[in-house]
Design a protein around this ligand. Sequence first.
Ligand code: ADP
Ligand code: ASP
Ligand code: MG
Length: 406
Amino acid sequence: MSLVIQKYGGTSVGNLEKIRDVAKKIVSDCNAGDHVVVVVSAMAGETDRLLKMAHQVSDEPSQRELDLLLSSGERIAASLLAMAIQSMGYRAISFTGRQVGIVTDSAHFRARIKKITAERLREAVENGITPIVAGFQGISEKGDVTTLGRGGSDITAVALTAALKADRCIIYKDDVDGVYTADPSVVHNARRLKKISYEEMLEMASLGAKVLQSRSVEFAAKFGIPILVKPTFGDGEGTLVTVEDKEMEEVLVSGVISDKNQAKITIIGVPDRPGIAAEIFGRIAEEGVNVDMIIQNVSERGLTDISFTVPKSDAKAGFRITKDMVAKIGAQDVKLDEDITKVSIVGVGMRGHSGVAAKMFAALARENINIIMISTSEIKISCVIDSKYAELAVRVLHDTFNLGKR
Ligand code: ADP
Ligand code: ASP
Ligand code: MG
């Protein structure tokens, strides 16, 4: 008998009817002979709903309180799913992160898993009971509930695969049947990839493709765990996230991604002297704000402008911190722009080819899309543009690199 970790995302358990359907699917997989450990996300929209309520009662809710609040979404889905399975006459039991011994650091809202004991999971599996684990959560060494970053149920699934030495890790989705060359809700001729390398998937996820959480891909790569992304219902073959091979290297660009969840902060008239950048970004890091791209203009008369991007959720905090620093560092002003989008192309094939960036910039230029910031790495190129051109940019780049269905 093989041990399979099955993770169902929020869209797969979006309402009670779907929860019953997922329960039927789990029962039928168990009947077919697999040992199944289930990880479940909150019902679609639930985490956002809870987050919205938090922001209605507080401008900057404390991250400790947020974690306790948000972890409840997954608990609701897990317990309902267990009840649905029980009502069919089968044995299932739901668990929180704490109950299965998922211990994390205490970085609330983006906690990292330190160890997993999984005692109760092993016990349940040995007794023929199907465990349903509430994803996205753990417990800090101090005993506080933590969450693992948005989309974090994926990492619960991958980490449990490693901890239990399971044979397979399957991430089920209801609205897409695998990983595509671009978000299929934006690009209608986007193509499903049969397989994708960890490295490309990691870039795509980090650059904003919601389909898998980036940390889960990082974890899977580190432990060599293949992730199969499959449709919850029906028998589509899905996408395998695995080690790079020759075939993947032959493709120049594998995917186009856009991320609207970005904001740009510009500090104007910064004195151009050693230590300033260290001071600004040191303070920002101390407050846990995640900085992505940074550009500094050529200095004129000893003054320069520094722009950087942060996730939208960190925009307020980043703006507040930099505003507080303006007088101290002798800068002139700070501006916040939340109407920006990062569009990126990713592909391991880029390593061996030149001219990819020029082709990308030319395609955007043909549509009169102005590039505000650029950043590159070995296998990706990102441009920050005005949000109103986001969809157009993705479609144009998808066509330029011939990614559509053939
Ligand atoms: P789940 O509810 O299972 O967690 P998500 O909503 O997190 O699912 O992820 C699936 C969504 O990711 C899809 O609705 C799809 O629009 C979006 N998406 C973005 N980029 C891609 C891509 N490259 N391939 C597949 N889906 C993508
Ligand atoms: N419910 C959480 C979120 O929406 C975690 C997850 O879905 O994996 O981010
Ligand atoms: Mg998700």
